[in-house]
Design a protein around this ligand. Sequence first.
Ligand code: ADP
Ligand code: MG
Length: 698
Amino acid sequence: MAKNIPELYGSLVFNDKVMRDKLPKDIYKALRKTIENETHLELDVANSVAVAMKEWAVEHGATHFTHWFQPMTGFTAEKHDSFISPVDNGQVIMDFSGKELVKGEPDASSFPSGGLRATFEARGYTAWDPTSPAFIKDGTLYIPTAFCSYTGEALDKKTPLLRSMEALSREAVKMLRLLGNTEVTGVSTTVGPEQEYFLIDKELYQKRKDLVFTGRTLLGAMPPKGQEMEDHYFGALKPRVSAYMHDLDEELWKLGIPAKTKHNEVAPSQHELAPIFDTTNVAVDHNQLTMEMMKKVADRHGLACLLHEKPFDGINGSGKHNNWSMSTNTGVNLLDPGKTPAENIQFLIFLMAVIKAVDDYADLMRISVASAGNDHRLGANEAPPAIVSIFLGDELTAVLDSIENGTFFGKMQKVQMETGATVLPHFFKDNTDRNRTSPFAFTGNKFEFRMLGSSVSVAGPNTVLNTAVAEALSQFYDELKGTPADQMEDAVHALVKRAIIKHKKVIFNGNGYTDEWVAEAERRGLYNLKSTPEALAHFTDEKNIALFTRHKIFTEGEIFSRYEILLENYVKTLHIEARTMQDMIRRDFLPALMKYTDQVSGSISAKKAAAGLPCTAETKLLQKLAGCYESIYDGEEKLEADTKKAEGMEDTMEAASFYHEVILADMAAIRGVADAAEEYIPDELLPYPNYEKLLFSV
Ligand code: ADP
Ligand code: MG
């Protein structure tokens, strides 16, 4: 039976409609005001909202509530409390107060704090974020919250994001006022994250320690067929995948997540899901939920959803394109060029602010996507390079050129699409082609930041982007303030001209995958931060501390704590990978190799004894296998010794660099030989399913 999707959509969300229905009018108004103007909420309002929320939740079968937050683990966290409250004669009622709604007190000592807090100061607070709607999942009312320490330091990803959204709004409104706009009172950033993922069979997944412990395969020879036929991208969905996607869409719709587009991706077993964009804070929460639901629904379908950036060597990894723009509370997209971008000073100034922001803080943009997993993608020929640059397309580049050179910019001609077939409809081409190789591309009325790894929370990258753009706007404001209204247009053009001369080095419309670009970028003085440790070293640069503290996104202490957490996370990730590889090599792979070697050598002895055969081919094979065994064994010994060395390092940066330079190289060396040996070992002797099975069995 066909489901009524509009009815299903948002049915588990305490959204605006529910609030309006359930809340007394004055309370609804007060809450809306808080949501829109980011003002504080009075306790009587909170009490009233809590009652309505509980009633609604109980009607929908909820028995518990949880403050849902996003600690620095990159995952979400929750602790469930039931609504029950004892009354007389051993009975209970379902109860929920405003105090319980606005504040929670989880023990913070077991979440990463990067030294912000000693473990004896365990108290942490979660604070209700009314700008992201509460929802029901598994019989529990989920209340999105921010998470901070007893002394108010942010211990999560949401708090700085909300701070950055406020900073951007403040600076953008200031700028709009200066340009003569008297209506706008708030500007939000909007985000639509396109999420890539792999789906493989769950039973096979469970047989791979590397996938279970690290999310990626540490060993595995390429099957005869990979992605070279380019037949998977946008290919017809297989029945199991299609059933999964349907189910996932429905689960997401119930949660008010506007899942819109789904398709097969480039690599076998790789897929993508894109929602319709939302305000950044909501988009961040929704993306976290989407990733969680992707895994959960997969499990129901006998599948495993892999969100790691590089689950398989030799075929594409997964990313997350972060589509980003700025929108006024009057509904205007500030990055919409309109019909005549050259004459649209509002557009020009906001566009220029983004360009300046990305150029001035390219290092922070890179840092915001840095992780052990993403290091396997950036700079390889499948994802943008590690160098941050901007693609503007022909039209905008021409507009900025004409401003720089003081020449007149005529309107770009719309070009009619020529398909050569008269039966096909006629339409105009877009003025910008797609450039898939650019890390930061203008795509019509938004920018697409493409360096994000598939598993990252989009909170971090957007915090950086919002803050950097807020700073650029604030600097432009200082340059323009005091300009009489009738001279504003000229002043803006002059400013854009100065800015374009200074920042055009970050604009690159060519192919970002080439070596020429790497060399050119170096000549231009752009950062090329190839690894996570190399990138993170810049997090605490003076200019970056100045940026974050100036806009009150992070205190200096919070920056250093985050630096420490991110580095530690990198070290721990690689430590687990190294230990997993050792385990698989020692206990699974070498025994399998030995078994096959024994079989071959047994066969040689038997043939020689029985018929005096020379066994030249078998002997060659035996030598090859024995050689692999030796070399894998030696490699594993070295990896073990180096891992011990790394474990003894006190300084996190020293350890991180060591993992990057030495441990990863050790692992690659082992893998090279093991994968070569795997190509000879019969399937039934391999201790785990190979790439062929993993990638082509769903
Ligand atoms: P593409 O340009 O990649 O073909 P779309 O234009 O449909 O695809 O957009 C891709 C993603 O960008 C979607 O998630 C979409 O909702 C989002 N998006 C579109 N407009 C905006 C905007 N103004 N701000 C943020 N994201 C946007
Ligand atoms: Mg896209």
